[in-house]
Design a protein around this ligand. Structure first.
Ligand SMILES: Cc1cc2nc3c(=O)[nH]c(=O)nc-3n(C[C@H](O)[C@H](O)[C@H](O)COP(=O)(O)OP(=O)(O)OC[C@H]3O[C@@H](n4cnc5c(N)ncnc54)[C@H](O)[C@@H]3O)c2cc1C
Length: 278
């Protein structure tokens, strides 16, 4: 039973309180409270931490952990920085009430296998800035999710600004407009002189965790879009199907999810190439 609700005002204090109490961080609380109050001695709230910022410089956009998903949708600095895809990815999460509570930090912390935000962060090669008992550190989102350091507080995301050759497409299929997706994915790729460069594809809903698909990326790397385009699209889709290991559930069988992943991957590739006129 929760006995303490703590409101630290600095990240270091938050980490110390979590260590001292063995509690858990709570941000928007939409996951922590999903099935009623959690069975922990203390909740360490992030609400009073100064982490609700968005800072843009010429190479990176830094997004504080307390920025809400709705703020990603509405923020007027993200699209000019080439990061409209962040807002597009989360615009269908839950409903506006959920998006106004759920935070970027809590969404990474929740690490859902069908997350709508994590694939686009992986595709954009984002990093998380952390505060731990040992100090500050940074890790890629992928590395953090694979092995989150115990007790680490996420303070911000750092998302590299895509250059003008980079296209980013997010794709999603859900049973209804605000249901969890059956599958969603994000593809980022540079289109340079008609060739595909540095493709990054991340898919949710097809494995126990959001996953990159390196073999599907390899199909695209260096491919010329003006050469056997239908064949390229089909080889890419086939590599996606071969690379996923979905489990079936009430939202879709394993084979349906694999089929959806391939279809969304085709759409994403088409959208990226159309956007950059490759
Ligand atoms: C009805 C409903 C529908 C939803 N639909 C979708 C959907 O379709 N797609 C989707 O992607 N998401 C969806 N979500 C949102 C998602 O499941 C999470 O609830 C949400 O992203 C968590 O954000 P939060 O700020 O509320 O986190 P919290 O619930 O506060 O925390 C979540 C986890 O992160 C940890 N945490 C929080 N802040 C930090 C921090 N700064 N550093 C380290 N750890 C931290 C907590 O300890 C906890 O383990 C839905 C949620 C609801 C309730």
């Amino acid at each position: 039973m929760v006995q303490q609700f703590l409101r630290p005002t600095t990240p270091a204090e938050a980490v110390q309180m979590r260590t001292d109490t063995g509690g858990v961080y709570i941000a928007g609380g939409t996951d922590v409270n999903w099935q009623g109050p959690p069975d922990v001695a203390a909740l360490v709230s992030t609400a009073d931490l100064p982490l609700a910022f968005v800072r843009t410089d010429s190479s990176v956009v830094e997004i504080g952990a307390n920025v809400t998903l709705q703020e990603l949708v509405d923020h007027d600095e993200l699209a000019p920085a080439g990061l409209a895809a962040l807002g597009h990815a989360v615009a269908r999460i839950g409903n506006r009430s959920i998006r106004c509570l759920a935070t970027v930090g809590g969404t990474i912390g929740a690490n859902k296998p069908y997350s709508d935000l994590i694939p686009v962060l992986m595709a954009l090669d984002a990093t998380v800035s952390l505060v731990t008992a040992a100090g500050e550190e940074a890790m890629t989102v992928e590395d953090y999710l694979a092995a989150p350091p115990v007790g680490a507080l996420i303070v911000a995301l750092r998302v590299p600004r895509p250059d003008s050759a980079t296209a980013v497409s997010v794709q999603r299929l859900a049973r209804s407009v605000n249901d969890w997706s059956v599958v969603n994915l994000a593809l980022a790729v540079r289109v340079v002189a008609g060739a595909l460069v540095e493709p990054r594809l991340a898919v949710a809903g097809v494995a126990p965790a959001v996953t990159r698909l390196p073999k599907a990326e390899a199909v695209l790397a260096g491919a010329e879009v003006g050469k056997d385009w239908p064949g390229l699209v089909e080889r890419f889709a086939a590599a996606v199907t071969a690379g996923v290991e979905p489990a079936g559930d009430g939202r879709g069988s394993a084979s349906f999810r694999a089929e959806v992943a391939a279809t969304l991957a085709r759409r994403a590739l088409q959208a990226c190439v159309e956007e950059k006129g490759g």
